[in-house]
Design a protein around this ligand. Sequence first.
Ligand SMILES: NC(=O)c1ccc[n+]([C@@H]2O[C@H](COP(=O)([O-])OP(=O)(O)OC[C@H]3O[C@@H](n4cnc5c(N)ncnc54)[C@H](OP(=O)(O)O)[C@@H]3O)[C@@H](O)[C@H]2O)c1
Length: 294
Amino acid sequence: MAAVPVLKFSNGKSMPVFGLGTWQSPKGEVAEAVKAAIACGYRHIDCAWAYGNEAEVGQAIKAKIDDGTVKREDLFITTKLWNTFHRPDLVEGAMKDSLERLGLSYVDLYLMHWPVAFKEMELLVEKGFTKSIGVSNFNSEQLQRLLQTEGLKYAPVTNQVEVNPYILNNKLISFCREKGIAITAYSPLGSSDHPAFRSDAAFRRLFDEPSLQELGKKYGKTVAQVVLRWGLQRDTIVIPKSVTPSRIKENFQVFDFQLTEEEMNVVSALDRNFRACAFDVTSKSQYYPFHIEF
Ligand SMILES: NC(=O)c1ccc[n+]([C@@H]2O[C@H](COP(=O)([O-])OP(=O)(O)OC[C@H]3O[C@@H](n4cnc5c(N)ncnc54)[C@H](OP(=O)(O)O)[C@@H]3O)[C@@H](O)[C@H]2O)c1
């Protein structure tokens, strides 16, 4: 089985460019999804305390280690600090709670799920709970502020943000690249089960886009595979979520074809700056990241 390409972070550590998303993966299904993913070659799993399913993810990881498919060090596990634990005295406890649920002694990457505070997370690297730390949903101003923090020891290695053909996020991507911060593209398939798509008929689901269907036909690939390939060719790390074993396998078969520059542009032309994951309930917070352009 060919290894997944990796992307090297600014701190010298590497992350597989393809991972399994687990948001909205229900208990009772997520363990099977993680096992199916590891069995077909995924080595990177994207988790979060807030997804409420870390324990099941952990059981699946243990099962695949116990049956000899992988060793712990073959896997790249990300999880995230939730917003209710940003007070400095709560950070380590939240990290330990995630580790306990996952059944792990360390994670490879710990992200601040939404932009609030970062300093305390540095200690988690020093204590060996995580190999790297990063952020999620930070806009450029918040990143700039973070990077200018006096005495910052560990710059965030990645910013995990929404990127798919409906939201290219080009300016934020350029900004991050200039600062040596890798981009992890969440909702890489447009989060098609997101409530926004159910209530807003004006938005076509990515899977129904004729231009993507046509590209799929040309390469004998599905729309999901075309979109994921596009994400990889933009040097973003993609973490599609699925609890359907056949889709988990399908999504992974994207390393055997290449879109031309012109075809990349066809996919990018679908941009409409549409955010599936606007997390409006926090829009009154002073830290809400989406009030500025990028
Ligand atoms: N940091 C953050 O704030 C944040 C926010 C959002 C997401 N994320 C992370 O990013 C991951 C991915 O994003 P997402 O879950 O929003 O959405 P996504 O991966 O863009 O889309 C997931 C949806 O697509 C379906 N799907 C998957 N593969 C498919 C295929 N080959 N054909 C047709 N449908 C397919 C899945 O259905 P089935 O599962 O039923 O197969 C699910 O409904 C999350 O799970 C999470 O780990 C992070």
